[in-house]
Design a protein around this ligand. Structure first.
Ligand SMILES: [Zn+2]
Length: 478
């Protein structure tokens, strides 16, 4: 596809597995921001250059549609990660075909994934820019620097031009399952909270909270528990947010995420987090509490759907009391049975995050085109699963899966729950690994995908499209 401005035309040229940038302009000086080789071409000039950061930056300067936008003015949005850097065209196709009205977040990667893959935030952005050009996508996109735990992570995202920052103070969330005492609450960093325990209790204890369908009364113990569990996370989120606003030179969206903790966020705890963060000057446009159980990587929702509906309705009701922000569903892929209820319960004020499921689409292409390479990935993923599983919400058992893939139906395997989670979690070790001949698995996967981008795009368009369709049919707010 080709994008045009008054002065320029740009497209991605595909030659077998090699991809390059082509830019044409009537005047040679219009091509100076780009790197590559320029030749006379018809009435003007044609430049052929690499898919480099310099060229991505030059494209973004020339084409406003290739600059990420804030997504907070869209009620409904869906994020799709791209671990290999070649999924954007297929993902854009999914939004074009199935995602009318849904704002896409096509550059989205967590700091953890970037580190595991040795990828910079800028290379995530570059791959999205070139993918969007390849797809000819002109309807805008968001860029989410996900699960940021340090100010250094914020700086990385800002430098690469990200506009959405998901701040994750989860490491500061305390385990309160054994109960909390008044002394635990007194030990909180009250100076940083700009507060004291008596004032906190006076603000919340005895208060009635409206959760949409029901009301709850906040007890004194609820206040102590929420403060001990999340008080230090409030301090951490304030610190990160302050750094972000101080350093950002462009407008940004903020998400607050505490989803990656072992303990469910109660409704009062959500209320406490929102009220305390608001009191301390934090603003955000989406929020990810830890929901009821049932969210695992890459597979259907495994919990009680009606319980989830009530859970989301109440979280949404709390968000509405603070001006209305999106309820963000992390670990959101492949849960087709619950998407309609997620949209209903939040009245469409919702953000869905998927990431590894696009990688699994890529592995389907690898399994079709190069089963031996897929076997190598499977072997490493399966062996590393036992170690890597601790940092994920997963329940797969490697003992239920085949050690040898001799005669196995690979497509069926990739679509089974155990294998999906093993492959999902094992990406770091397998992509950083080598095959029996010592070649980089990462490079081999890239080569297979690059050679079969049409097939890759078709699988992504269908699979991501299935995620988008329910979110596309959002009702008007009441
Ligand atoms: Zn998350």
């Amino acid at each position: 596809m080709t994008l045009r401005t008054d002065a320029l035309e740009a497209s991605i040229r595909v030659d077998g597995t090699a991809r390059s940038l082509q830019v044409t302009a009537p005047a040679a000086e219009d091509l100076t921001p780009f790197e590559g080789t320029a030749v006379a071409h018809g009435e003007g000039h044609l430049l052929t250059g690499p898919l480099s950061t310099a060229n991505a930056v030059a494209l973004q300067a020339a084409f406003p549609v290739l600059r990420p936008r804030r997504i907070s003015d869209h009620r409904t949005s869906v994020g799709t990660g791209d671990r290999m850097g070649l999924a954007t065209p297929g993902q854009a196709r999914a939004f074009a075909e199935h995602g009318t009205g849904v704002m896409p977040v096509l550059a989205q990667q967590s700091i953890r994934e970037m580190d595991r893959l040795g990828r910079s935030a800028r290379s995530v952005m570059d791959d999205a820019v070139f993918g969007l050009l390849e797809a000819g996508w002109e309807s805008g996109f968001g860029a989410d620097c996900d699960h940021i735990k340090t100010t250094e992570g914020i700086d990385r995202g800002l430098e690469a031009g990200f506009v959405m920052f998901t701040l994750d103070p989860g490491d500061a969330v305390a385990d309160v399952t054994a109960g909390v005492t008044r002394a635990d609450a007194e030990a909180l960093p009250w100076d940083l909270l700009e507060d004291d325990l008596a004032s906190l209790e006076a603000r919340y204890a005895g208060r009635t909270l409206d959760l949409g369908g029901e009301q709850i009364t906040v007890g004194e113990q609820d206040v102590l528990t929420a403060a001990v569990k999340y008080g230090r996370a409030v301090v951490e989120a304030v610190r990160l947010h302050h750094h972000l606003l101080e350093r950002a030179e462009h407008e940004v969206d903020v998400e607050i995420a505490v989803d990656e903790t072992a303990w469910e966020t109660t409704f009062f705890e959500h209320f406490y987090l929102a009220a305390e963060l608001r009191r301390l000057g934090v603003t955000w446009s989406s929020f990810a509490p830890r929901y009821v159980d049932g969210f695992e990587k890459g597979v259907e929702f495994l919990g009680d759907a009606e319980e989830l509906r009530r859970n989301l309705e109440a979280h949404h009701a709390i968000a509405e009391q603070f001006g209305g922000y999106k309820i963000s569903l992390h670990t959101g892929s492949d849960k087709f049975s619950i998407y309609p209820l997620c949209v209903e319960a939040t009245e469409g004020l919702v953000h869905l995050k998927t990431s590894g499921t696009s990688y699994l689409c890529g592995l389907e292409v690898v399994a079709e085109q190069d089963p031996e390479l897929f076997s190598a990935i499977w072997g490493i993923s399966r062996a590393s699963y036992v170690r890597a599983r601790a940092s994920y919400q997963v329940s797969a058992e490697e003992s239920r899966t085949p050690a040898s893939l001799e005669g196995a139906d690979l497509r069926e395997l990739i679509r089974s729950n155990d294998a999906r989670q093993i492959l999902h979690v094992g990406y770091g070790d397998s992509l950083n690994g080598t095959d029996a001949a010592g070649s980089s698995i990462h490079d081999r996967v890239l080569a297979v995908l690059a050679a079969h981008q049409d097939r890759h795009g078709a699988i992504l368009a269908e699979h991501i499209g299935r995620h988008l369709a329910p979110f596309s049919a959002v009702p008007a707010p009441r």
